[in-house]
Design a binder for this molecule. Structure first.
Ligand code: CA
Length: 230
């Protein structure tokens, strides 16, 4: 029998909360729910859920504080579901450690897809490090540090290779410009969003068959990039 997945829903809008709970039950998930940030933190401690669905506008505290608190005790996936459409909020939540972001109003199918990605990713993280990665015509050999398209070796510069590995090892998850810049160039390491865009463009030309409709590296407009999981 498959392991039961527990999802914690943190949402003070009862209509949305009930809607999410009902859909999760139909999909065979266990769920816990709370309307407050404090409730979220204590349920996280007590029940160690597999995925957290978090609204940012909560009655007792800011959802960003909830992310910080949960991240100090757990690396379980957090998917933010919020009506706040400002790019700044989205980026702040991701920078604090949220894994993904869905803006209200959303399609339930989309939220369920994000949950599946988050669960798979967290299961993969607990599995051992693999030596290679393959998705369709793209293959990466982590041991030889080589990249192949249709079995033909592609030459990547060291920065392009690190960018690709960073995205692949976080596949399904949005990485903000800041997170990528800090990982690749270090804090204050001279990288900026413009040079990142240039590196991303050359990387895409090397690995994507159609750069206008990329299969692997997806742009999250104004936020960052995501390696396609599905
Ligand atoms: Ca709310």
């Amino acid at each position: 029998m498959e392991k039961e997945i527990t999802v914690l829903i943190v949402e003070d809008d009862k209509y949305i909360s009930n809607f999410i709970c009902m859909s999760l039950r139909q999909e065979g998930y266990r769920y816990l729910k709370t309307e407050t940030g404090r409730g979220a933190i204590s349920l996280c401690y007590a029940n160690n859920p597999d995925v957290v669905i978090l609204d940012l506008g909560l009655p007792d505290m800011d959802g960003i504080e909830v992310i910080e608190n949960i991240r100090s005790q757990s690396d379980k996936p957090i998917i933010v579901v919020s009506a706040r459409q400002e790019e700044g909020e989205k980026i702040r939540a991701l920078d604090k450690g949220a894994d993904d972001y869905v803006v209200k109003p959303f399609y339930m199918g989309e939220l369920l897809a994000r949950i599946r990605v988050a669960v798979r990713k967290s299961e993969k993280n607990s599995a051992s490090m693999t030596q290679s990665f393959q998705k369709e015509y793209l293959k990466i050999d982590f041991v030889k540090r080589m990249v192949y398209i249709d079995d033909q070796e592609v030459h990547l510069t060291p920065i392009e290779y690190r960018l690709l590995v960073l995205l692949v090892s976080n596949r399904g998850k949005v990485l903000t410009h800041n997170q990528i810049l800090n990982e690749i160039w270090g804090y204050g390491g001279g990288g900026d969003a413009n040079s990142l865009r240039v590196f991303m463009a050359t990387l895409r030309r090397k690995i994507e068959k159609d750069t206008t409709n990329p299969r692997f590296i997806i742009t999250e407009v104004g936020v960052g990039y995501r390696f396609a999981e599905e």
